[in-house]
Design a protein around this ligand. Structure first.
Ligand SMILES: [Zn+2]
Length: 99
């Protein structure tokens, strides 16, 4: 991300509608559905980790301030491009591989 972090309102109504009428997003991610293009950072066949589509925290938020803030939709979300998500996922995969 470049420039100041911009938060945008989280579209709760759209999210709720999609959650109630669409397929399960976790199953879609596991099935590698192209309509659910979340970046997968870890997959050992039993466990999977992926980046959230709706990032809630900009980089640098102190740990003690992260816990509930990330769950509060009224704080908005941080938009990111697919390229930014791919770069972050690559960094995480590299860090995991280095352990
Ligand atoms: Zn599911």
């Amino acid at each position: 991300m470049t420039g100041p972090i911009q938060r945008v309102p989280f579209d709760v109504e759209s999210y709720s509608r999609r959650s109630r009428t669409g397929p399960c997003f976790v199953c879609a991610i596991v099935d590698r559905d192209p309509a659910q293009p979340e970046e997968i950072v870890y997959d050992d066949g039993t466990h999977i980790a992926f980046l959230a589509r709706f990032a809630a925290l900009p980089p640098g938020v102190p740990y003690e301030q992260q816990q509930y803030h990330a769950l509060m939709a009224e704080n908005g979300v941080v938009e990111h491009t697919p390229e930014e998500a791919a770069a972050l996922a690559a960094e995480i995969r590299d860090a995991l591989a280095a352990q």
